[in-house]
Ligand binder design. Structure first.
Ligand code: PAF
Length: 281
């Protein structure tokens, strides 16, 4: 497995693979990889002849007061995980390789990015759409793999691919959880032991909502209130949002009669965590 930092070098490797008739899968990541990422890579390896993992902490998707400088990084550990999962190449560019000093072109979206995480992170999805577009242009993959934990990101990328006619398939992969239910995230490393325990409130509260939907409740407001009540019982948790939205359009729903995404974002201490599930009516 090789680590490539340079766009032109990566392009020539892809060209060579294409010449050999190989299909190419891409797993975009910001590094500090965990079992969730590994499941994406393993899936990509099973469905493509060659797999590229991009490992790039993308500055344009961080707001001014967010954790860009402290975001965890460990390329050696990432390389070991990618190798074990069967990836062929890690693309690990410096920020200057991806963004020239006079970079001024962005990919943005009118809908889907305004609610949920977009409320507190108004420039986040512009950064995600921009870097993912760039990665799609550089790697030209047949398939790209994204985790369902970032449900809004997945819906936004699917829409971007449709709207801008990117010629690839987007593959969403299930959330991978710790044995106690906490959804895996690189940001879990910020949690101290008490916060780590408190963080279980996300998956536990979501289970309450899921049980209500499974036993026939179709009033979104009631489900939302039950989840919120549960969350508020945890003193270390500060709720950012609890929302039930249409799984495709991300518009809020009250009467549930189509697939619904129940998504939460919660601050545990200073760490903002997200989790969700989709209920197929
Ligand atoms: O999900 C992530 O880690 C990032 O948002 C992504 C898709 C790699 C873009 O930087």
């Amino acid at each position: 497995m090789q680590i490539v930092n340079n766009i032109e070098e990566l392009r020539s490797i892809i060209k060579w693979w294409r010449g050999e008739g190989h299909s190419v899968g891409l797993v975009p990541t910001m590094g500090y990889l965990h079992e969730g990422h590994k499941s994406l890579i393993v899936r990509a390896v099973s469905e493509n002849d060659r797999v590229v993992v991009s490992d790039f902490v993308n500055p344009t998707q961080f707001g001014v007061n967010e954790d860009l400088s402290s975001y965890p990084r460990d390329i050696e550990r990432d390389a070991a995980l990618c190798e074990e999962a069967g990836a062929d190449l890690i693309f690990h560019p410096e920020p200057e390789e991806m963004y020239s000093s006079d970079h001024c072109t962005f990919v943005d979206m009118d809908k889907l990015t305004k609610g949920l995480c977009g409320k507190t992170r108004p420039t986040h999805f512009r950064g995600v759409c921009t870097v993912v577009s760039k990665l799609f242009h550089i790697v030209t993959p047949d398939r790209a793999y994204f985790g369902e934990k970032d449900a809004q990101q997945l819906a936004v990328i699917r829409r971007m691919v449709r709207d801008l006619n990117f010629n690839l398939e987007i593959v969403g992969c299930p959330i991978v959880r710790e044995p106690d239910g906490l959804a895996m995230s690189s940001r879990n490393t910020y949690l101290n032991p008490a916060e780590r325990k408190a963080a279980l409130i996300l998956s536990k509260s979501l289970s309450v909502g899921k049980e209500m939907l499974e036993s026939g409740e179709r009033n979104g407001r009631k489900v939302r209130e039950a989840i919120l009540r549960n969350m508020k019982a945890e003193p270390l948790a500060k709720v950012d949002y609890v929302e039930l939205v249409d799984a495709e359009t991300l518009e809020p729903v009250n009467k549930i009669n189509a697939p619904v995404l129940t998504a939460v974002a919660v601050y545990i201490g200073k760490t903002r965590l997200i989790d969700n599930f989709t209920y197929l009516v």
